[in-house]
Write a protein that binds this ligand. Structure first.
Ligand code: MOS
Length: 733
């Protein structure tokens, strides 16, 4: 009998395609007769376009067209808000007027026979502006109220400010996080091709069904006349959740020149118009009794947004539920700036909010002269005190215990600067981690065909976590097949719709739909077999038929069986479609993944260089579908957390918003030498309330606690409390 397929450390089913170059990414779907587009980006931070001098460029060899607000069609830009678009405000309209809202805004596009010709032509076009100085500060400016959707508006219980003022022990600090850009390996790219009024897009996207709807709305087209295809995503981290202006530019260009057009953003352009983690400033005040029991939590945060949209994320929500505390107040505000709209990035909201809260907990532990590992479980809540409802499951205590044991935390000398290795100062820091177990409505189609394999299709994406593999496992298990008997396809807008491939919700959402579709097609096959006089299962009750070893068989008598292949040979293809509606998500319970992160840093006492030597992440995220991929996913998240802690920042020139470091030479991300030894342990959770698969989602949880664990380790190593990310060595000198 087949071993359980869910839970197996199956290597990636698409691994060979990827390493052999056979996996095709958006920019690799070259079309016959294709021309090339290059965007010209605004070189001022605010103002109006006065003139676009393109006469010289238009006469250059190979140049087909130059499009700007002067000659672009006026587009309908119909209303459309996908689940990843800001609820308030209106998206940027490209080439519709002469306004420049931010540095790097697309102001024109050149289309030519070759990429070289388009790039050269773009380089000789002169744009003249009436420029004004943009306002880019997020402190000392007028703030907007925020909230809505999954983001808690301001919340309060008890009297947090009063309790903080009178607390026996308290800390009250400000934490700042720099802007970051996602910087996936694969650039944003779109190939657009019109066939009459039908628009085909091969486009990098974490959300193809939303891109289809968005572009249909922008151009005023029926949704079914837009097709988006994206079978592989070369890293996303959130930057490909929204449909950014370049997709519209590619479609405008292709329609204008009457040919397919390929548009690939440069690395530099990706720092301007494809979202970023918003800069944030947070205040956390904590009050406690001398024994460590929390009496007050004040968590206030401000995040940047653009002038034209209110981007919100769950910046201060963690303050409401991570710890038990009678007096809590959170406040979240937006600071609009003359910049493009931020977007979700790697553990959006929680990664930033937990940084402030968990550094503050470390500061409180120091003030209390208490082990930070002891302080946290001493304040472990029995329920979600913010929502006043139970957790579906919560294994944070086990995360602390197993993570600490693996790391060797008990050997820590609490005194700052007390641990050394040669000349290096050694610091050990830790943090809790939490991330919501999101789930959205999803659907999938399943088919049993004469070709042998079961075929599953869904419009999901796979930006790297292993969606192809994990979904194959879910379908195989439901159908009683081995993974190599399942063919799983994704990334097309005409497949069954799914929620965004983000928020760590794909396994919970799409996995549930794939399971439902596989069970539906199995049920359909059972009904056909029971009604087929040539089937050994003829006359059986379909409810008594199960599947194993590639066959349908009786639960009570597995020897009485009929193979899928034989059944299909007699009866033709069997198909079913199924959805996992939001209804499968339990109501009235609070659902989160949890984690505990431990990090060791080594700091040169003279040069202040900081090395992460090792880290341990202990994560409880429900059922783990594939431990091999889950481990990779968590290590990837931890690496992202090292980047957030020590390296990543997008530096704005305050005069115009130009990025001072818009390249991978200047925007630092961790490389192998920067990450040390990373280890991951999973705490198993049986949680049938989250969904039938029992999965909570994994990935972003692993980024969430890393930066505070490192910042706390830096304090332990040096005695210096650095509250601004990234922690640069200058801050320690
Ligand atoms: Mo993730 S930031 O939701 O792609």
């Amino acid at each position: 009998m087949t071993d359980a397929v869910i839970g197996r450390p199956l290597p990636r089913v698409d691994g060979i395609l990827k390493v052999s170059g056979a996996a095709r990414y958006a920019a690799e779907f070259d079309q016959p007769g294709q021309a090339y587009a290059v965007i010209i980006s605004a070189s001022v931070g605010l103002g109006k376009i006065q003139a676009i001098e393109s006469g010289t460029a238009e006469k250059l060899p190979g140049v087909i067209a130059v499009i700007s607000h002067r000659n672009a069609p006026r587009l309908p830009y119909g209303a459309h808000k996908g689940p990843i678009d800001p609820a308030h405000g209106e998206r940027l309209h490209v080439f519709q007027d002469d306004e420049v809202h931010f540095f790097g805004q697309p102001v024109a596009v050149v289309i030519a026979e070759t990429l070289d010709q388009a790039e050269h032509a773009a380089s000789v076009i002169r744009v003249r502006y009436e420029a004004r100085r943009p306002e880019l500060a997020i402190e000392g400016v007028a703030l907007l109220a925020a909230g809505g959707g999954r983001v808690a508006a301001d919340k309060a219980r008890g009297d947090a400010d009063g309790a903080l003022a009178t607390a026996a022990v308290k800390i009250d600090s400000l934490y700042r996080i720099a802007r970051e850009n996602h910087n996936p390996m694969e650039p944003h790219a779109t190939i657009a091709a019109w066939d009459g009024t039908f628009l085909r897009l091969w486009s990098k996207s974490q959300f193809v069904v939303n891109e289809q709807k968005e572009i249909a709305a922008v151009f005023g087209l029926p949704i079914e006349t837009v097709q988006v295809t994206c079978p592989f995503v070369g890293g996303g981290f959130g930057t490909s959740l929204r449909t950014w202006p370049h997709v519209t530019v590619a479609a405008i260009a292709a329609r204008h020149v009457g040919r397919p057009v390929k548009l690939v953003l440069t690395r530099r352009q990706m720092f301007y118009t494809t979202g970023h983690r918003p800069r944030s400033v947070q205040r956390v005040g904590l009050g406690a009794e001398p024994g460590g029991k929390l009496t007050a939590i004040v968590h206030e945060g401000t995040g940047e947004t653009s002038r034209y949209e209110d981007f919100v994320e769950a910046l201060t929500t963690v303050g409401t539920f991570l710890y038990s505390c009678p007096n809590v107040r959170t406040r979240y505000r937006l600071a609009p700036a003359d910049t493009a709209t931020p977007t979700y990035m790697r553990g959006p909201g929680e990664a930033s909010g937990v940084f402030a809260l968990e550094c503050a907990m470390d500061e409180l532990a120091v003030a209390l002269k208490m082990d930070p590992l002891a302080l946290r479980p001493a304040n472990e809540p029995a329920i979600d005190e913010g929502e006043k409802q139970p957790f579906s499951s919560r294994s944070l205590r086990e995360c602390y215990a197993q993570g600490a044991a693996l790391f060797g935390w008990a050997r820590r000398d609490a005194r700052p600067r007390s641990m050394r290795d040669g000349r290096s100062l050694i610091g050990w820091g830790m943090s809790a981690a939490t991330y919501p177990a999101f789930q959205g409505p999803a659907s999938a189609r399943a088919r049993l065909t004469g070709n042998g394999p079961a075929e599953i299709e869904t419009a999901a994406s796979d930006m790297g976590p292993g969606t192809y593999t994990a979904m194959t496992q879910v379908a195989a298990e439901a159908l009683g097949l081995e993974p190599d008997q399942v063919s799983f396809r994704l990334g097309r807008s005409d497949f069954s719709p799914t929620p965004p491939h983000g928020g760590s919700m794909t396994m919970a959402s799409v996995g549930s739909a794939v399971q439902a579709a596989a069970l539906a097609v199995r049920g359909q096959a059972a009904r056909i077999a029971s009604a087929d006089p040539r089937s050994p299962l003829f006359g059986a009750d379909p409810a008594e038929i199960t599947a194993r070893d590639g066959k349908l068989c009786l639960v009570a008598d597995p020897a009485r069986s009929d193979s899928y292949a034989a059944l299909v040979a007699r009866n033709g293809t069997i198909a079913a479609e199924a959805s996992s509606a939001r209804g499968v998500v339990a109501q009235g319970v609070s659902m989160h993944a949890s984690g505990a992160v431990f990090a060791e840093v080594a700091i040169d006492p003279d040069l202040a260089t900081i090395r992460v030597r090792r880290a341990v992440g202990a994560y409880a995220a429900g059922r783990i579908v594939n431990p091999l991929l889950a481990r990779s996913q968590c290590i990837g998240g931890m690496v992202g957390g090292i980047g957030m802690a020590l390296m990543e920042q997008t530096v704005l020139d305050p005069r115009d918003g130009r990025r001072m470091n818009a390249s991978l030479a200047d925007y630092l991300v961790p490389v192998n030498l920067d990450i040390g030894d990373l280890d991951v342990v999973f705490i198993p959770e049986e949680d049938s309330r989250v969904n039938p698969l029992g999965v909570k989602g994994l990935g972003e949880i692993a980024l969430v606690g890393m930066a505070p664990a490192i910042a706390n380790a830096v304090h332990h190593a040096t005695g210096r409390r650095i509250r601004d990310l990234p922690i640069e060595l200058e801050a320690l000198l």
